[in-house]
Design a protein around this ligand. Structure first.
Ligand SMILES: NC(=O)c1ccc[n+]([C@@H]2O[C@H](COP(=O)([O-])OP(=O)(O)OC[C@H]3O[C@@H](n4cnc5c(N)ncnc54)[C@H](O)[C@@H]3O)[C@@H](O)[C@H]2O)c1
Length: 366
């Protein structure tokens, strides 16, 4: 009989309740996972999660979980990621760390090196890269099915007002919206488009005065291939049309990924723009349909494959650090009113061969 992974959940808040609970249920159903321990400093949250999964060990102190688990899912405020991840790795446990890996480069490096030394999986929770839609789009880019990609436009507009939460603070978050949420898209873009060359970022708090850091973030990157990519995100949207919208412009058409419906469309044959005239004869066809919304089921499945079958995470901590370095360089350049040079930040194989990149927000705010 296949061994079941004994999983513990540290931090039983929003993301665990809304997303991971479905993935945990799916893998319990598959017989690959047993939820043995839950932890939250708000003990009722740990108790509620334990009831849901029949976990026997319920605690507000993660150190007491050690004998009950083979692996942990860490879904804590960002400034606790390093301490908690380090503790479980040092005790020989596999770790799935919700993004971002940690709030400073030394802490990220420490986690990476510890995972190597103890030879346990350290996987970062960037669910976009585990979804079918991501593979489908990457394949369109690599195969040049619709010609050369020249522009990615990414919008994520939502209203996120976490009253009195760590998520509003510079220290708890380790930055602003770009660091906390934009990290998903930087990671996704680096995977799709390879090495970045230059970047600029602007953020503000105008629509999100509850945030200590920026709540609205505009980031633009030029890749070495020449492709341009843009992520505009806000936690202050009082209304939106696109919500989560992704447009990939190829020389033979535009591919649109509608995250909420899980549908991918190809838009082509746009009529030449004639100034003063409206309308176009654009042709739109549905080219792919997949599971919609915040789906972390494939991510959890991959984590278990790493533990049970020795697979490597798609979202390695080394790559994850590279994405955070991009963000830190762009924050630095924003502070100094410069364009960020994003060369030489260390690819996976030489992730250490890079001058240290400080988190300017952390330095300023700690
Ligand atoms: N993948 C995604 O799309 C996604 C979406 C949202 C959040 N996240 C990430 O998930 C993590 C958690 O975010 P969230 O939105 O669920 O936050 P949350 O505040 O809802 O949950 C965090 C939980 O940690 C608990 N906690 C705090 N300190 C603790 C301690 N010392 N010991 C034990 N428990 C403690 C809190 O009581 C809370 O229940 C963050 O890393 C966040 O960036 C990921």
């Amino acid at each position: 009989m296949m061994k079941k992974v004994r999983l513990g959940v540290v931090g039983c808040g929003g993301i665990v309740q809304s997303a991971h609970s479905k993935a945990i249920a799916a893998e319990m159903e598959n017989g690959r996972l047993e939820l043995t321990a839950t932890c939250d400093i708000i003990i009722e949250r740990a108790e509620n999660a334990a009831k849901l999964w029949d976990a026997q060990h319920v605690t507000d102190n993660w150190e007491t979980m050690v004998d009950h688990v083979d692996a942990v899912l860490i879904a804590l405020p960002h400034d606790l990621h390093h301490a908690c991840g380090k503790f479980f790795l040092e005790h020989g446990k596999h770790v799935m760390m919700e993004k971002p890996l940690a709030t400073t480069e030394p802490d990220c490096i420490d986690l990476i090196e510890t995972s190597h030394r103890v030879n346990k999986t350290l996987m970062v929770g960037y669910p976009w890269r585990y979804r079918e839609s991501a593979y489908f789009i990457k394949d369109l880019i690599d195969s040049k099915k619709y010609g050369e990609l020249f522009q990615c436009s990414m919008w994520t507009e939502q209203y996120t007002k976490m009253e009195g939460s760590w998520g509003n603070t510079k220290k708890g978050l380790g930055g602003g919206q770009f660091f906390s949420h934009g990290c998903h898209y930087i990671d996704w873009l680096l995977w799709m488009l390879g090495e970045p060359e230059y970047g600029i970022h602007f953020g503000n708090r105008l629509g999100t005065p509850w945030m200590e850091g920026e709540g609205t973030s505009q980031a633009m990157i030029q890749f070495k291939s020449g492709v341009l990519a843009y992520h505009g995100g806000t936690w202050g949207a009082r209304g939106t049309k696109l919500a989560y919208g992704f447009h990939f412009h190829f020389t033979e058409g535009m591919v649109e990924y509608d995250h909420h419906s899980g549908k991918i469309y190809l838009h082509t044959k746009l009529a030449d723009h004639i100034p003063g005239e409206e309308g176009s004869n654009q042709k739109t066809e549905l080219i792919y349909e997949c599971v919609s919304g915040k789906n972390v089921v494939p991510e959890m499945a991959w984590f278990l494959d790493c533990i049970l079958e020795g697979k490597k995470p798609l979202t390695t901590p080394e790559e994850s650090l590279q994405g955070l370095r991009v963000i830190w360089r762009m924050y630095e350049a924003e502070r100094d009113k410069k364009i960020a040079n994003l060369s030489g930040l260390g690819l996976e194989n030489d992730w250490k061969a890079v001058a240290p990149v400080e988190n300017p927000c952390w330095e300023e705010w700690a």
